[in-house]
Ligand binder design. Structure first.
Ligand code: SAH
Length: 373
């Protein structure tokens, strides 16, 4: 006899139904024809979604009501519902908690600067990489996000910027443009490879085929899945690669980034070099600086030496002061230790800067996304 489920009304966890943003332009045309509609309806739908940034079929009034209902039903199922939005930094940082069709929760963070606006997006609900200093890693992987669920986070933020709903650093909400995308929210993007690459294409294709954000302004951040980094290089896109190294030695990295047991530092850096060579772009190395853990002068020196060896000048180190996560005993390094670390890496011939931290008080900073309702 099987046990009765404890929760009767919980939706089945799983991928959402097919959505327009899952499909290439050619696939959209085919899908529309398969529904018995004229091919140009695909263009109309794309225009509404990718150029006008609306996901609401009711507003697509140039399509006759009967067609609209059928197309909406088959190609525009509701994907993400806003559960809550939290602001800080005078309103110029906003974290949004989304609920997917099956109840899955995920977060994205929009940050407006004087000269740009960056959206930090999730590629998975939860994460399976289990890095002990990251809040997302503690909850495990819930599921991959679909291509459309990734793209829809961007569409929604692009609309917020265009409609002037986000204040700039001076506090005035003026219209602006979403300019940068970083895959640094929940999840390991390269563990959801196919959907993430499709999402990057959709985000970067010119409107109305896609959302029209420059490939060079998109960053994919990874724990270092070496074969997937090489595969990404072979896509020949212009996206920036960020590698979460966090320490130059395998002994410590085996615990800080458990997947290091599978692809150790040397393999990760060789793959990063391949990416730099193929794309012609500098690779970013992420280094969360943790007090008395990975902040010693000798580690700074070793980091610089290894990066020079493997990547020459095609590298830049971003030091991220550790953001505290609930229940963790770990802390950021004291400022003098951080300054000395950065100084030594630079002295070793590798460009190194400290990333500014946004959103700490709303648990929106790097490594704090846990998507709790
Ligand atoms: N899985 C991807 C992307 C997600 S996180 C990756 O690991 O790269 C984006 C960055 O935030 C990563 O460099 C991650 O290691 C870092 N990070 C995670 N937890 C953090 C914390 N508590 N403080 C500071 N940075 C953290």
């Amino acid at each position: 006899m099987t046990a009765l489920p404890l929760v009767f009304d919980a939706p089945r966890r799983g991928m959402p139904p097919r959505h327009l943003a899952d499909l290439t332009a050619a696939e959209r045309a085919e899908a529309v024809v398969a529904l018995g509609e004229k091919p140009f309806r695909a263009k109309q739908l794309s225009h509404h979604y990718f150029a006008r940034l609306t996901a609401d079929p009711e507003r697509m009034t140039d399509i006759p009501a009967a067609s609209r209902a059928r197309l909406a039903q088959e190609l525009m199922p509701p994907l993400l519902t806003e559960v809550r939005a939290l602001d800080c930094d005078g309103g110029s940082t906003r974290k949004t908690l989304w609920r997917a069709h099956d109840g899955t929760l995920l977060e994205s963070v929009l940050m407006r600067y004087p000269d740009r606006a960056t959206l930090c997006i999730s590629s998975q609900a939860g994460c399976g990489m289990a890095c002990p200093f990251c809040a997302t890693g503690q909850g495990g992987l819930e599921r991959n996000l679909s291509t459309a669920e990734i793209v829809d986070q961007v569409r929604s933020a692009a609309a917020v910027m265009r409609d002037g709903l986000m204040p700039g650093p001076d506090g005035t909400p003026t219209p602006g443009r979403l300019s940068n995308i970083v895959f640094m929210g929940m999840g390991e993007p390269l563990a959801n490879y196919r959907r993430v690459v499709a999402a990057v294409r959709r985000i970067t294709e010119p409107a109305p085929e896609g959302l029209g954000i420059a490939q060079r302004s998109v960053t994919v951040s990874t724990v270092g899945l070496a074969p997937a980094i090489r595969r990404l290089a072979d896509e020949r896109m212009q996206v920036r690669l960020a590698v979460s190294l966090h320490t130059p030695d395998d002994e410590l990295r085996d615990t800080l980034v458990p997947v290091n047991n599978r692809w150790p530092v040397a393999e990760v850096l060789a793959a990063a070099r391949y990416y730099a060579d193929v794309s012609g772009r500098r690779v970013s190395i992420e280094y969360a600086l943790i007090r008395d853990m990975n902040d010693q002068p000798w580690r700074a020196d070793l980091l610089a030496r290894l990066l020079r060896e493997h990547l020459g000048h095609l590298v830049h180190v971003n030091v991220i002061p550790l953001n505290p996560t609930p229940g963790s005993k770990w802390d950021a390094s004291p400022k003098p230790v951080e300054r000395e670390f950065v100084r030594r890496v630079n002295a070793g011939g590798v460009a190194c800067t400290v990333r500014d931290t946004r959103g700490q008080e709303i648990a929106a900073a790097c490594g704090q996304l846990a998507a709790e309702a």
